[in-house]
Ligand binder design. Structure first.
Ligand SMILES: *Cc1c(COP(=O)(O)O)cnc(C)c1O
Length: 402
């Protein structure tokens, strides 16, 4: 007589086929069961024809990969546990000792830190280039350059580079281009067909932590491409590093993904309204938002994101920075941030809650960028609160602190 516990674990019931609902099911597994040894030996983890082990994919992660690839205009997608893991996965797949990687000086900080830390320790060199000077990038691409990172708009200072020229340069020199597309989110522009030019990046990484999650409660990243050989290279490294994602996290992103267009557009509109309002406030010496006519790289933004903007779709992330005039001390700027009621102090963006972070740019850049006024930077990210309340919050904090 078999023990009831054994019968429970091996219960033969399978529910009927054909279940259909708005969201795909959550399949949770480390172990995947094979019907027989022949099937176990025949299955290949590299394509989506079957399942081998939870780390290499489940129906839930396959569905999310396909949807993110569609969002970004790519053909293949690999999911990783964070946006930073996506950056690391790409770097480790494409670089080896003796190679060099080029990173824009305004890149997401931890991308630069990875180059200065682990990559340097592995004998992989790096250079930081001026994202607003195509000649500077051209001059730095050499025989050892194997990967060029791009970011549009740049982190914190929000410069929109001449993406088309940068990608064209990488193509001419035979170097892989990888875009950190977290800001554009696959909505402001198509990274694989920039501004309808037919020119696109080789790889797009996306911190799904931001807009795709939309809740401030999930960490996940994606790597999207349109080339099978490149996909396989990245997927092999992904497999060897064990960078799979959990089914509950994938499910959270799948739930939020259908509303990404609505949220992105709303947060874009709110950010532009507040950025324009901030431009009229004397304590702010400069407002940094690429969609504003005097924003850094506005013409490049127009070239690549203008079509989405003309359609009335979201064409910019709900982010902008201000340079607080240098007559105010860093302590006064801290007091301004502390005085805000609805803007909470916190990193990341794309969630329901508006956030603020003061930045000391001198610790982040090689030198003070010439297109920036001197002062203390403050970055705002827009949540989903009605913009009138957010504007009133900025006004009261300005009145109290600056
Ligand atoms: C947040 C962010 C990342 C990293 O995402 P995590 O999921 O937090 O690791 C990478 N790039 C950019 C531009 C980001 O804003």
């Amino acid at each position: 007589m078999t023990d009831p516990i054994t019968r429970l674990i091996h219960h033969p019931y399978t529910p009927p086929e054909g279940f259909s609902a708005p969201q795909p099911g959550v399949f949770k597994a480390s172990t995947v069961i094979f019907p027989n040894v022949a099937a176990m030996r025949a299955r290949d983890w590299r394509d989506k024809s079957g399942y081998t082990y939870g780390l290499h994919g489940t129906p839930t992660t396959f569905v999310l990969e396909e949807r993110v690839a569609a969002l970004e205009g790519g053909l293949q997608c690999v999911l990783v546990p964070s946006g930073l893991a996506a950056i690391a996965n790409v770097a480790l797949a494409l670089l080896k000792t003796g190679d060099e990687v080029l990173i824009p000086d305004n890149a997401y900080g931890p991308n630069k830190a990875l180059a200065e830390g682990e990559l340097a320790a592995f004998g992989i060199t790096h250079q930081f280039y001026d994202p607003m000077d195509a000649a500077d990038l051209a001059a730095r691409i050499g025989g050892r350059t194997k990967l060029v990172w791009l970011e549009a708009a740049g982190s914190v200072t929000m410069e929109f580079p001449d993406l088309i020229a940068q990608v064209r340069l990488c193509r001419e020199r035979g170097v892989v281009s990888a875009l950190d597309n977290t800001w554009g989110a696959g909505l402001a522009f198509n990274p694989f067909d920039l501004g309808g030019s037919g020119i696109g990046v080789d790889v797009s990484v996306h911190a799904l932590t931001k807009y795709p999650s939309g809740g401030g409660d999930v960490l996940m990243g994606s790597i999207t491409m349109r080339d099978e050989a490149l996909h396989l290279k990245i997927k092999l490294t992904h497999m060897r590093l064990g960078l799979g994602v959990g089914a509950n996290d994938a499910e959270a992103v799948l739930r939020a993904l259908p509303s990404i267009g609505l949220r992105y557009r709303a947060q874009d509109q709110a950010a532009r309204m507040l950025a324009r309002w901030c431009a009229a406030q004397p304590p702010f010496a400069q407002v940094l938002h690429p969609a504003l006519p005097n924003g850094p790289g506005h013409a490049h933004w127009q070239q690549v994101c203008g079509a989405a903007d003309a359609r009335g779709d979201g064409a910019a992330a709900g982010l902008f920075s201000v340079v607080v005039d240098q007559r105010f001390s860093a302590t006064q700027v801290d007091a301004f941030c502390d005085a805000l009621q609805w803007f909470k102090l916190g990193y990341s963006w794309g969630g329901p809650m508006s956030l603020v972070v003061p930045y000391d740019l001198t610790s982040m850049r090689a030198g003070w960028p010439t297109h920036l006024q001197r002062g203390t930077l403050v970055r705002f990210s827009l949540g989903l609160e009605p913009v009138a309340d957010l504007q009133a919050d900025l006004a009261q904090a300005l009145a109290r602190a600056l």
